[in-house]
Design a protein around this ligand. Structure first.
Ligand SMILES: [Zn+2]
Length: 189
């Protein structure tokens, strides 16, 4: 995702004192970076959609046609709700450290409150909420920046998006033919 003011201003927290509601904040030598309130907003939007999908547990959605690729517009069957829930969980597991992922699972997926989590992880309230904020920042960024298929924006994920350029899997890195490397030592005459 390309982070610019047009994207971030709709997601930023209007009361954020870091970016003043713009979503971009200046860092070293005035180069702007995306504010953490934007990533947290993305995380909450994805989490809310995950909970909506989970509420349909047992009622599997109907299959839908999905277009993919650009040349020829091929189609495939998909179950969007189930795929979204799987993507949400798999990205979370890949991005977070094991300890963070345990906390994420307890607090966000299993619905434990902060008192229960604080007792379970033997920490106090302030440390726990700092950890939760860090998890939200990391996951919000990952949900938006995963390539080639991110799960945010949600309307593109569920509605499909037409791409001008074809998307191909990353090609493996070929081993280079390296010449023999001799150390620069003067040879005996
Ligand atoms: Zn902000």
């Amino acid at each position: 995702m390309l982070w610019n003011r047009s994207v971030t201003i709709g997601l930023a927290d209007t009361s954020c004192d870091q970016c003043m509601g713009v979503g971009l904040r200046p860092v070293y030598k005035n180069s702007p970076t995306t504010c953490s309130c934007v990533f947290r907003a993305i995380f909450r939007a994805c989490l809310n959609r995950f909970r909506e999908c989970a509420a349909y547990e047992g009622l599997s959605g109907s299959v839908s046609w999905e277009y993919f690729g650009s040349q020829g517009r091929r189609t495939s069957y998909s179950r969007k709700r189930e795929e979204y829930m799987a993507d949400f969980c798999l990205i979370s597991r890949r991005v977070l450290e094991p300890a963070e992922h345990r906390l994420f699972r307890f607090y966000y997926l299993l619905g434990a409150d902060w008192k229960l989590c604080a007792r379970r992880f033997k920490t106090d309230r302030s440390v726990l909420f700092r950890s939760l904020a860090r998890i939200e920042r990391r996951l919000g960024r990952a949900f938006a920046e995963t390539v080639p298929y991110s799960i945010f924006p949600l309307d593109e994920y569920f509605g499909g998006v037409a791409r001008d350029a074809g998307t191909t899997p990353a090609s493996p890195v070929r081993p280079r033919n390296r010449a023999r490397l001799d150390p620069p030592i003067r040879r005996a005459a």
